[in-house]
Design a protein around this ligand. Sequence first.
Ligand code: GLC
Ligand code: CA
Length: 545
Amino acid sequence: MRSYSKSCVYQIYVKSFADSNKDGIGDIPGIIGKLDYLADLGVDYLWLTPFFTSPMNDNGYDVADYRRINPCFGTMEDVERLIAEAKKRGILLMFDMVFNHTSTEHEWFRRALAGEKEYQDYYIFKDPVDGKEPTNWQSKFGGSAWEFVPSLGKYYLHLFDRTQADLNWENPKVREELKQVIRFWKDKGVGGFRFDVVNLISKPAVWEDDTIGDGRRFYTDGPHVHEYLKELVADTGIADMMTVGEMSSTSVEQCIRYTRPSERELAMAFSFHHLKVDYKDGDKWSLMEPDFKQLRDLFATWQEQMQDADGWNALFFNNHDQPRAISRFGDDDTYRRESGKMLGLLIHGMRGTPYIYQGEEIGTPNAGFTTIDEYRDVESLNYYEILRANGKSEAEALEILAERSRDNGRTPMLWTEEEYAGFSEREPWLAFPRNRKGISVEEQMQQEDSILAFYRKLIQLRKELAVLSEGDIRFLDTPEGTIGYERRFEGQRLIVLCNLCDRAIAIPSEEWQQGELLLDSYEQPPTDVTMLRPYEGRARVQNEK
Ligand code: GLC
Ligand code: CA
């Protein structure tokens, strides 16, 4: 049996989950207060986004001290209590290790700026070339990836915000410092780790301009990345722990190497190709309807190839960097319930370890913001300016943000139907989704056929049904607009069929319509089994013996 095949991870965006001290910002004690809810949902791990000391330019992904707690989230005592209280309920914590870069407010960077050579070697400082940036690489948040420091006469590399300076992993001292961070949290009883953009840590030996792209082809899955990961994992003794790497613009081949148990790197990996099927020409800021054929083919490729080579996928549609899948691939209005469940089934039915992002289990939609001052995210604010500078009208730029902003996924959790949603007792740091009526934990707790109840069932089934946790997967040739696959294990066959369209679609094969109906995103079982209703997701089990 594969490790973590029966597990389910729940991701908490700490700033938006639950506010215990009424300052409008989610915090650690707030999470403790919701542990019973999470235990009842049945999840095994909680991945918490970074809550360490930080100037919060990128909401904590700019870490200034890996061992201290940002006071707005609580204290070390709170964190220790959270770990202990979760453990009591059979839940383990996963902390987010942002090791590609630090905040420019980190002590190492400050000492580098103050002229200490030793700490300049912790980062990637380069001399100007022809009086300009060392390369033409672009930051993922817009603009140059280099920032000039006049006092040093040098540039430093930042693949993200200019306040997130990339670390120099070639320096063994840096690698040792980061191992110490892992050991520190492991000793506190943390059950696993998520590694932020970890496939970007190894930069190339030669620095050159990218004439066809933004530079990513030079540092993505870079020359020493596997070596560095193996070393980090071996030296901190986390090879058998729950670990997941966030892999930016990666390939299946690379992810097989990151996750194959014999490599002793990571337990699983996030990849993002399936979340670009609505990017026009691969550009996040150009809108396009989702291409479901491409979505289906990407899932098929990743699932089947990872399986054949013993890799392991982290399964997900949502996280704090993505707009809500229900608004993107489903229908967050008329078919909210049906499409919310269907998307859940599509993800949870596959081979891998499913991740649920807070609010997904109740069908939280996109934010629906219509003015720029509702947005908080650094990437959104940067791109708003870039879009405007490139000639988009204010209305056009806002329309793009409404679809693509990361703030869509960051709105505070909807616990109740009250004004502040049971999240806080005052205006939160980021507004609630405009369209939120009937979307709350409180409301859905009382309904047997809620999205929430369906997710609970999905989590439970993965623990009970071996075909779901261990089965081989093969994708079926279903009509366009639908995605279907089968799982097989010891004479059992599970068939999952999902309709991603707002119209009914006929499914040709009779063979897929046999067996016991295990799950359906509609409350009423189908009257005509040869048709998938709009946004219907259906799972059947067949016993071949
Ligand atoms: C990852 C995080 C994202 C962050 C970026 C830089 O992609 O998920 O939120 O902005 O890394 O740390
Ligand atoms: Ca608070």
